[in-house]
Design a binder for this molecule. Structure first.
Ligand code: PRP
Length: 213
């Protein structure tokens, strides 16, 4: 049995559909149920649905052998896991955005609103720019609109949220997509099952790309 931690929400649904296409179905898993663990003896898998930012915690501690997490989450929490495949799903970009007329007043620390405090710290550290981090948990775009921050560091997918709030991208920090991550001990002791899963998923990703051409 391989234990798989899946991120709840839109990305998780896409990932589950990829897993099903690759032969790792789990009956009842995609329904409306409030159940948290689904086992399928025939497919040899057990799924947990968890908060996206918690996926690396379950995998790092071995409660899950594998999981799927966005590159944004992995860059923020830098868990001790192996990242073995890019699933190409949930593509977006980690960006710096601000009001359209913003300019950088370098005589004072930059106020940065974000959920990704480590990503922001690393990025501005690299640039040698002093910042004051304002940690928020959602609706980050409000901060510059209300004058609480100068910029935001956040993920941009379609760009609609920025556009509808008169904000724009000033720099792109890195591209984001969903990654297959593996517990280090599981990778050693369940290598055959995990490699099979990774290969089948990678084949499905390639098939999907071909289908989309
Ligand atoms: C994310 C992100 C942006 C938005 C970007 O928020 O924080 O707000 O999506 O998507 P877009 O470029 O397609 O408009 P999410 O929907 O996860 O909600 P949150 O504000 O609660 O973080």
């Amino acid at each position: 049995m391989i234990n798989i931690a899946l991120p709840k929400g839109r990305l998780g649904e896409k990932v589950y559909s990829l897993l099903s296409d690759a032969g790792y179905k789990c009956s009842g898993c995609d329904g409306e149920s409030r159940k948290l663990v689904f086992r399928d003896e025939d497919a040899g898998v057990s799924y947990f649905w968890v908060k996206p930012s918690d996926v690396p915690v379950y995998v790092e501690r071995g409660a899950a052998d594998v999981g799927v997490a966005g590159k944004d989450i992995l860059e923020e929490y830098t868990p001790e896991v192996y990242e073995i495949a890019d699933l190409g799903l949930g593509r977006c970009r980690m960006c710096v955005a601000a009001k359209k007329d913003w300019y950088d007043d370098t005589s004072r620390p930059l106020r940065v609103a974000t959920k990704f405090v480590n990503v922001a710290g690393k990025y501005y550290g690299m640039l040698g720019r002093d910042i004051e981090v304002i940690k928020l948990n959602g609706s980050i775009e409000l901060a510059p609109i209300l004058g609480m921050s100068d910029v935001i560091v956040d993920i941009v997918e379609t760009g609609t949220t920025l556009k509808e709030n008169d904000l724009k991208i000033f720099s792109e920090i890195f591209p984001v997509s969903a990654r297959l991550i593996v517990n280090k001990a599981s990778y050693k002791f369940r290598n055959t099952q995990i490699s099979n899963l990774a290969n089948k998923l990678s084949d499905e990703v390639k098939n999907d790309k071909t289908r989309n051409l």
